[in-house]
Design a protein around this ligand. Structure first.
Ligand SMILES: [Zn+2]
Length: 59
């Protein structure tokens, strides 16, 4: 069973895997915006837009 959330940017339905964790960053499949998982609580799951980060992951 997946957790269904709504993209705060484009209102698309996004399905999160059950093992998704709070503060995990996911990407909206519709608009490509990176979203942070704020809260996971069944139907009360919240996403927020990820802060822009410098691409500085050592690659
Ligand atoms: Zn979106």
């Amino acid at each position: 069973m997946n957790i269904k959330v709504i993209c705060p940017v484009c209102d698309a339905d996004i399905l999160l895997n059950n093992d998704t964790k709070v503060s995990e960053v996911i990407k909206c499949t519709e608009c490509g915006t990176e979203l942070v998982v704020d809260k996971i609580d069944g139907t009360d799951t919240l996403l927020s837009i990820a802060p822009e980060v410098e691409e500085d992951w050592g690659e």
